[in-house]
Design a protein around this ligand. Sequence first.
Ligand code: GLA
Ligand code: ZN
Length: 688
Amino acid sequence: MTTRYPPIHPKCPHMLHGGDYNPDQWIRTPEVWDEDMRLMKLSGCNAMSIGIFSWSSLEPQEGQFEFGWLDTIMDKLAAHNAYAVLATPSGSKPAWMSRTYPEIRRVNADGSRQPHGGRHNHCRSSPVYRQKCQTINRKLAERYKDHPALLVWHVSNEYNGGDCHCELCIKWFQEWLRDRYQHDLDRLNHAYWSSFWSHAFPTWEDILPTDKGIHGLMIDWDRFKTHQTIDFFNQEAVPLRELTPGVPVTTNFMNGTTTLDYWAFARAVDVVTWDSYPNWHEHADELGEAVATARMHDQCRTMKAGKPWMLMESVPSIPTRGRVKKRKEPGMHMLSSLQAVAHGSDTVQYFQWRKSRGCMEKFHGAVVDHEGTEKTREFKEVAEVGQALAKLDAVVGTSVQPSVALVQDWENEWAIREGARVYLGENTKYRQDCDSHYRPFWSMGVPVDVIDQTGDLDRYKLVTLPLSYMLRDGFADRLRAFVERGGTAVMTYWSAVVDESDLCFLGGVPGRGLREVFGVWEEESQSYYPHESVKVAMSKGNALGISGEFKAVDTCSVIHAEGSKVLATYGDQYFAGSPAVTVKTFGKGKAYYLAARMGQDFLTLFYKKLIGDLSIKPVMSTELPKGVTAQLRTDGKTDYLFLQNYNRQPVEVALDTDYTDVLSGKALRGKLTLEHYAVRVMSRPTRK
Ligand code: GLA
Ligand code: ZN
């Protein structure tokens, strides 16, 4: 039963709209602050992230605190019925601190200490830095705990899991390893297979995260950095949680990066947030970006079991990163903003509110340009989003409960980087595989949860596991039980190969008993060059009801059916005639194995058949044109559908029932023309 979640803070039962605001850069011209307030109102912005990089303005010299400017801004926001997503400043350290306490600066693998400068580069172990953070965070919490503008704590900025090789970090890593391996060095040496190249560790102190030949060690280093980063976040949060227990505490994730396990991190925050920067208009069509972004948005919602999340940063027009910097074309800003809302965000926030005059990001997209008025296209488009969000109060707190889950696991991704790449080379395209298996559902308008291997499988009818090279402890048993009880699982080539230490399973792939569940033995895998492909022919009368021939690319595995039914076979190569797609009935469920990287054409038909068999309903019962998706949010009484057209031309969509256009209030029935990059929010009574 879907219910409505409370808003991010009870103070504000509306969609949040705003962005990173750096008033401290304009301290010499306070008249700009008044203009900011006027423009915020005009653009429909009600939530500003402030103080993210403000340490040198808040504490210009050690122990000399200056909160006057922040008091003024907090008061101004409150006076304009706007809120502060108030940051702690640890993302960037002031120069006096780097000078007085050099130990807060990270140490490189060669032992050299990094110079002052940049950002996101403090040592996470440093007791001084931790103490300095706690002091300033406590001061912020004490000062603003009862301030009407305080809405959310934005702790630090984009923690990145970067390396620090200082003595303290290394010592902590070694301690962490002792705990993980129960103080048994032999256990660790076995897990690392360290007699290879004579790398066995005679003492704990000999273990350094620089031995890149030991894959298990490098994966543990990633695990440790995740642990250390969460620990750092938690200590930053101590004074905030103590003094403002009702204010949610969060930090902004970067789902597109691989450095931290955000599943572990999500447990530590009160609300999940992320910074989304797709490269729109880069490719022949927008679908790749739309699908990858939708998948990451879904992941944010799934991380708190359906609870709405925050789009903490996005760009109103032009990003600083990317090879070629293309502006969002007209329409794309509304579409991409409501895309986040469609997948469960209760906010649309930007980097940045006003362009800085100098330094790295002076040309990065912003609501307010150097020109300084409301006359720019960027500003007007942001204001349109503001108007739309103001009409979406009823959507706040609503969610969706998908029957389909895609397993995308950060630890598996680290293992692929370390281990699988050695064998399959650059063909280990994990995220692309996740996208290809997600895309058919997106195209059909079937909601998907994106879980990791620690996720609860029993909420779903269908679980898909692209390239699950590493099996985390306990996962194989849970997957087996899921299928046994009636679930449907889809696994691909080169899955269940290694354990958590990147130690290969003995006794054949897929390992840990999954060979029996899927009824296949994967004997060997082949990598192919980009110009090559392999034919896959559907077997006559196969249970999928799919006929004809398809292409596999990049990777094909030679498998043997062991009690599974062959649905398709390879059409050429030395293994022609051997199985490429199989299914086994196991217990009450079904286990499908795709032995090769299949193209989108096959996956589309394949998943369409599966959702039909499992009675999983798309959110709209009429077919959607290519490049269009429909996503659902519901409170159990009213369904809100977000119909989105990523095509560069208009399309017609046949509506399956009568809807109300939530933004215009008009009735919608019959055929709807969606202009290019158009998005509609449509409501109907909940479909049982
Ligand atoms: C990140 C950071 C911001 C800013 C933007 C630019 O997401 O958090 O401070 O640098 O990138 O795109
Ligand atoms: Zn360190």
